[in-house]
Write a protein that binds this ligand. Structure first.
Ligand code: BGC
Length: 473
């Protein structure tokens, strides 16, 4: 029985050489995404973020942060000082399913209302605090406070937002209310927030990675390689960097992953609300892993290799096998017990062999996800090492997302594999706590520090000018 099952699962196996090949393809896509003439058509967008510095530990102040990227969004009041970024208060607001696919105006009115309620309850109304806005969707950032949504992902599809400046939509919604105001806004992706919040603790943190509902990573790229940004000339020998939001979830949208896509991946894509988009993400992230497992379970049951050939209404219904079940089934100690309960709740009758096979399927799907992430992360660390002309790179990755955090051995498998794929890199992983919210505050704080430093610089230039004038006189 098990050998027959293995045959069906073979299509998910990715040996080391295949992962190396995938990493080499992604490397090419990175160049395409950064290129002046190639980025328009690139599957991996490599979006400039206008974040050009990581924290130096001197940032301070009070900030508001908004974190929108999943079915909930959060409002936070954050205080940054020399030794910590403290969440003074935070509040979760649900986003009802209808709102995720309603109009943009409804969505932003809802966000503005929740923010207003928070500001009121915290007595922050008169303060017009600067706001860090974590918006975890692919955006073409024009400036730190101007960001055009390229497309929705992860089940969102609100009308009238794609192609628009999201900061403007938020400000308009706040002005429509007219009962409070906000200060300057810095807009960030959740990967950038994660990198920045970890960067406060560990200044060698220059990569942020999310493996949750969606997946993505950002990293600090040499500005001279970011050919698609105009007007940021770099002088010879200057080491200026900019954080790039890779949007690696789009890898494969041009067919680059055709050879490893399975019939189950194709089905997940076909039945999603955005077919043909975010191919890589659909093989990796929490929004899709459970559904892949469900499709395999259905197939093996129809082939009479599971549950005595008997499916159930629940098993045949899309979305019923949640991604969190995979973690519960793969748990070392309680795995078998959990599996029994999950299958019974789905109306399935299982024996000991079924339990074993179901676990094997979950393990196969989560392991493929971890290995694919490892290949992508290896591409980034290898790139940073080559960029800096180093034989050996020591670096830190800030990570967040439920798949990485909650699965019993996902992080271990990912880390082992990256080390094999990037042997010249010594990588430290930090799980970020409240990363995207705190990170948004950090980006705002760093932007303020840089503005202050350049004002001081201008002032001291001014003093020199005065001196010169005096001499002239
Ligand atoms: C979005 C990214 C985001 C990632 C993780 C993807 O669907 O396109 O912008 O960083 O999810 O939340």
């Amino acid at each position: 029985m098990e050998t027959k099952v293995q045959k069906y699962l073979e299509c998910f196996h990715l040996p080391l050489e295949k992962l190396q090949e995938i990493s080499a393809r992604l490397k090419k896509d990175f160049n395409r995404g950064l290129g002046k003439h190639t980025h328009h058509r690139a599957a991996v967008k490599m979006l400039p973020t206008f974040v050009t510095a990581t924290p130096d530990g001197t940032e301070k102040g009070d900030f508001l942060a908004l974190d929108l990227g999943g079915t909930n969004f959060r409002v936070l009041h954050i205080r940054v000082n020399e030794d910590e970024q403290r969440v003074m208060k935070s509040q979760n607001c649900a986003i009802p399913q209808e709102m995720m696919v309603g109009t943009g105006e409804q969505l932003f009115d809802h966000i503005a209302a929740c923010l207003g309620e928070f500001v009121n309850s915290q007595d922050l109304k008169g303060q017009t605090l600067p706001l860090g806005f974590t918006f975890s969707f692919p955006c073409e950032q024009k400036e730190i406070d101007k960001s055009i949504l390229i497309r929705w992902t992860k089940g969102f599809n609100c009308s009238g937002v794609e192609g628009e400046d999201v900061v403007k939509l938020l400000k308009e919604a706040i002005h429509r209310r007219g009962d409070y105001d906000i200060g300057s806004v810095a807009m960030v992706n959740d990967t950038v927030g994660t990198m920045m919040s970890c960067g406060y603790k560990d200044q060698s943190c220059e990569i942020g990675m999310i493996i949750g509902t969606g997946t993505n990573a950002c990293y600090m790229e040499e500005l001279k390689n970011v050919k698609r940004v105009e007007g940021m000339e770099v002088k010879e020998g200057e080491n200026r960097r900019m954080c790039i939001n890779t949007e690696w979830g789009g890898f494969g949208d041009d067919g680059a992953l055709k050879d490893i896509l399975t019939e189950y991946d194709e089905e997940v894509d076909r039945t999603s609300i955005n077919p043909g988009i975010h191919t890589f993400e659909k093989m990796i992230s929490g929004m899709y892993l459970g559904e892949i497992v469900r499709l395999v379970l259905v197939k093996l049951t129809q082939e009479k290799l599971l549950f005595n050939g008997e499916t159930s209404k629940a098993l045949l219904t899309p979305g019923t096998f949640e991604t969190r079940f995979i973690s519960e089934i793969e748990k070392e100690d309680k795995g078998v017990e959990n599996t029994k309960k999950i299958l019974a709740d789905l109306g399935l009758t299982s024996n000991a062999v079924d339990l074993h096979i179901v676990r094997l399927i979950c393990d196969t799907i989560s392991s493929r996800s971890a290995r694919l992430c490892a290949a992508a992360l290896a591409t980034i660390v290898n790139r940073i090492r080559v960029n800096r002309k180093l034989d050996h790179l020591k670096t830190t990755v800030g990570v967040d997302g439920a798949v990485y955090r909650k699965h019993p051995n996902f992080s271990e498998e990912l880390q082992d594999m990256v080390r094999r794929l990037a042997p010249q890199c010594d990588i430290n992983f930090i799980v970020s706590e409240d990363g995207s919210g705190k990170g948004a505050a950090m980006v705002t704080a760093v932007a303020q520090r840089l503005a202050l430093q350049s004002r001081l610089l201008e002032d001291s230039d001014g003093e020199d000018d005065d001196d010169e004038e005096e001499e002239d006189n």
